[in-house]
Design a protein around this ligand. Structure first.
Ligand code: PXP
Length: 259
C-alpha cells in the first residue's frame, strides 16, 4: 500500500492575506508541489476567509492535475460552493471563529443527521466525503454509520505529546481507531493529519499500517521558506516511503515471533 501525500497550501494564502497583495499565489505553490511528487492538494475554505478565498478554490480546481481535497465546515453556504466547484473530496471539519487552526475533530456522534445529509448530497455529485475526527471508536463507528467515504484521524494530540508515555498512548489511540475502521469497513479510506512534521511522520506511517493518506500543511510550508517547496515535498515523500517500508519489516517480525 502506498501512502498519499496531500499538501495543504492554506498558509501560502495566509502570507498573501497578511499584506493584501496578489502574491504569493497558492495555485503556483500547488503546481510546484505536484511537480515534486505530491499526490494531491488540500485547501480549507474557512467561513471567515482568513486565508484561502473563493477565487483560489476556482483557480486551484482548474489549475491542478492531481486530486483536490476541500476542507470545509458543514454549512449550507459551503455545501453549495462545493457542489459548484466539484473537488474530488470534501473533508468536513469543525470550525470556530476564534481558533487559530482546526482544534478538535468533528462530533459525528452528536450530529449524525446533519453529517449524513452532507455525505449523501456530496456523494450524489461524485464528491467523496471524509470526516475529520478524533481517534475515538465512537466517532469512527458514527462516521461509518452516516456513510462517509473516508475518515481523517486528528493527529494533533500525538504531535503535541512530549513524554514517551503520552506519545505511546496517543499512538495506540490512533492504531486502535484505524484498525477498528478497517475491520468494520475495509473500503473506508483512513487518512491522518494535523501537526505532522518530518520528525513524526515516519513513525506514524510505520505504526498505523491502515493509513493511506496524510494531509500536511503548516510544517511543510514553514520549512519550505528555508529549503524550497520542491525539496520539502521530496523530503516528506522520502520519510513517508521509509515508514511504508518499515511496515513490512514490523509485519515480518510479528509473523516470525508467531512462528
Ligand atoms: N487536516 C485537517 C482536517 C486540517 O484542518 C488541517 C489544518 O488545516 C490539517 C490536516 C493540516 O494540519 P497542519 O497544518 O498542522 O499540517
Amino acid at each position: 500500500m502506498t501512502v498519499r501525500l496531500q499538501v495543504n497550501v492554506d498558509h501560502v494564502a495566509t502570507l498573501r492575506q497578511a499584506r493584501g497583495e496578489l502574491y504569493p499565489d497558492p495555485l503556483r505553490a500547488a503546481i510546484l508541489c505536484e511537480r515534486a511528487g505530491a499526490d494531491g492538494i488540500t485547501i480549507h475554505l474557512r467561513e471567515d476567509r482568513r486565508h484561502i478565498q473563493d477565487h483560489d478554490l476556482r483557480h486551484i480546481r482548474k489549475g491542478i492535475q492531481t486530486r483536490l481535497n476541500l476542507e470545509m465546515a458543514a454549512t449550507d453556504e459551503m455545501l453549495s460552493i462545493a457542489l459548484q466547484n466539484k473537488p474530488d473530496c470534501v473533508t468536513l471539519v469543525p470550525e470556530k471563529r476564534q481558533e487559530r487552526t482546526t482544534e478538535g475533530g468533528l462530533d459525528v456522534v452528536a450530529n449524525p443527521e446533519l453529517i449524513r445529509r452532507f455525505c449523501t448530497t456530496l456523494q450524489e455529485s461524485n464528491i467523496a466525503v471524509s470526516l475529520f475526527i478524533g481517534p475515538d471508536i465512537e466517532q469512527v463507528e458514527a462516521s461509518i454509520e452516516v456513510g462517509a467515504s473516508a475518515i481523517e484521524l486528528h493527529t494533533g494530540e500525538l504531535a503535541h505529546a512530549r513524554e514517551a508515555v503520552s506519545l505511546k498512548q496517543q499512538m495506540m489511540r490512533l492504531q486502535i481507531a484505524a484498525a477498528h475502521a478497517s475491520n468494520q469497513n475495509e473500503k473506508l479510506s483512513v487518512a491522518a493529519g494535523h501537526g505532522l512534521t518530518l520528525d513524526n511522520v515516519q513513525d506514524l506511517v510505520r505504526e498505523v499500517p491502515e493509513l493511506s493518506e496524510l494531509n500536511i500543511g503548516h510544517a511543510l510550508i514553514s520549512e519550505s521558506l528555508f529549503c524550497g517547496l520542491e525539496q520539502c515535498v521530496g523530503a516528506y515523500r522520502r520519510v513517508i516511503q521509509a515508514g511504508v517500508k518499515a511496515r513490512s519489516k514490523v509485519a515480518a517480525d510479528i509473523r516470525r515471533t508467531r512462528g
